[in-house]
Structures are given as structure tokens and as C-alpha cells.
Design a protein around this ligand. Structure first.
Ligand SMILES: Nc1ncnc2c1ncn2[C@@H]1O[C@H](COP(=O)(O)OP(=O)(O)OP(=O)(O)O)[C@@H](O)[C@H]1O
Ligand SMILES: [Mg+2]
Length: 223
């Protein structure tokens, strides 16, 4: 395994400020982090410490003021907006906290995976991914016919289609009961064991326990 394979997603010296109402708030200070293939990396820390901000930088949803982000060995920071969109679509899977925000209510679970494959320019995949995430018996269901945990596992499957550089999830268990959260943690583990790079921002002890690596943020700095 080469170094760039080992660190599928990497942030180096990431600094970012938000400007609101004439004030500037520095949410990240020179944060350096690597997420390795085949492992679950947890971003933990108090509310407001910068977890979501860091995750959005790594997912190419936002650009840092300073520092660089590498996705699969490519420095994406310097790319055009269009090239970054392509990386986001093909190389990154992102899962929002709220299950319904991740899915289209008129598509079945199987159709979500077909859509993900089209977006990533690959042949349709499916059965084994659904199997691995415990969704094989739900393939024909639409989001409204699924539990919150099943929706979130569908979102993980959608994010993981085509072996992207990383699957990043922001508090994916925050809206779930404990039994569903447990199944989501198992799904993340299954993705990591299949070689996927998984990064989660979380407050959930259950997910923290499932992680292989942990990065703690305090006031926008890695501790
Ligand atoms: N879009 C924004 N505009 C202005 N300030 C923001 C924005 N997003 C985040 N912030 C601020 O940046 C800091 C870090 O926020 P962030 O959402 O990354 O924290 P977090 O660790 O994810 O918190 P939580 O655990 O509550 O989700 C906070 O002080 C927050 O108020
Ligand atoms: Mg957050």
C-alpha cells in the first residue's frame, strides 16, 4: 500500500473563519488530519469545536481559507469550482445528520443505488452492498416506508457506491434510537472492512467505540 492509498483523505494546515455581522470567527486553526483506507476515523469534540466545518472541508463542500485538502492523493484545493464538483460527485460520499435529507422520496432503495452508479459513471451495483448493510429485504421500499435507521443505512449505501475515496458522515446516528444507531455503526464497520475510508463527526459514544482512529477538536484545534 502506498502512502497516498493509506491516507485516502487528508487535510493539511486547514484554517477557516466565518464572517457574520461584521465579525470573524475562526472555526479551524491549522488542522492536519489523515483518514486511512479501511478504517473508521471519528472526529469528536464539544459542540462548536469545528467538527462539521472540518468534515465539509474534507468533503469539498467548502474551501478552507488556508491549507490544502487531498482526496485520493489529488490536491483539490487549487481546482476550479467545476473540477471540485466532479470530485465531490465521483470521489466523495457525504451523509447528513437528518436521514430524510439524504434521500429522494420518490426513489426506492435500489433506485438510489442505480442513481449513485449513474452519477459516478459506473455500471449498476447493488445486491452485495445492500446485503452488507442489512438492506437486502428493503430494496423495493421508498424512504417513507423505511425506519430512520434504514434510511441512514440507505444513505451510507448511496454514499459508498463505486468505492469513492471516502464516505463522510456528520452525526449519522444523532436522530436515531439506540437499536438503529447500533445497526448504523455496524454498517459503517462493514464499509470499512470492505476497504472503504469512513470519517464520522460524532458525539455518540456508540460510534466513538466503533472507530479505529479518533481526532479530538477543541476550539478548532486538534488536541
Ligand atoms: N455557516 C456558518 N456561519 C458562521 N459561523 C459558523 C457557520 N458554521 C459554523 N459556524 C461556527 O463555527 C464554529 C464551529 O462550528 P461547527 O458546526 O463546525 O461545530 P461542531 O463541532 O460541528 O458543533 P456541533 O457538535 O454542535 O455540531 C461554531 O462556533 C459555529 O458557530
Ligand atoms: Mg456539527
Amino acid at each position: 500500500m502506498t502512502q497516498s492509498d493509506a491516507a485516502a483523505v487528508r487535510g493539511e494546515g486547514l484554517t477557516h473563519s466565518y464572517r457574520t455581522a461584521g465579525r470573524s470567527l475562526t472555526a479551524l486553526h491549522e488542522v492536519t488530519i489523515s483518514a486511512a483506507r479501511g478504517r473508521i476515523t471519528a472526529l469528536v469534540g464539544p459542540s462548536g469545536s469545528g467538527k462539521s466545518t472540518l468534515l465539509r472541508m474534507l468533503a469539498c463542500l467548502e474551501r478552507p481559507d488556508e491549507g490544502r485538502v487531498e482526496v485520493g492523493g489529488t490536491d483539490v484545493t487549487a481546482l476550479s469550482a467545476r473540477a471540485r464538483r466532479a470530485i465531490r460527485r465521483r470521489r466523495i460520499g457525504y451523509v447528513f445528520q437528518n436521514p430524510v435529507d439524504n434521500l429522494l422520496d420518490y426513489l426506492t432503495v435500489r433506485e438510489h443505488l442505480e442513481l449513485a452508479a449513474r452519477m459516478r459513471g459506473i455500471a449498476p451495483v447493488g445486491a452485495d452492498l445492500l446485503d452488507r448493510l442489512g438492506l437486502d429485504h428493503r430494496a423495493g421500499h421508498r424512504p417513507r416506508q423505511l425506519s430512520g435507521g434504514e434510511q441512514q443505512r440507505t444513505a451510507l449505501a448511496f454514499a459508498a457506491v463505486g468505492d469513492p475515496a471516502a464516505v463522510l458522515a456528520d452525526e449519522p446516528t444523532a436522530q436515531l434510537d439506540r437499536a438503529s444507531a447500533h445497526l448504523v455503526a455496524e454498517a459503517l464497520r462493514a464499509l470499512a472492512e470492505a476497504g472503504q475510508t469512513v470519517v464520522v463527526a460524532t458525539h455518540d459514544p456508540l460510534l466513538m467505540a466503533a472507530a479505529d482512529d479518533t481526532a479530538e477538536l477543541v476550539d478548532g484545534r486538534i488536541r
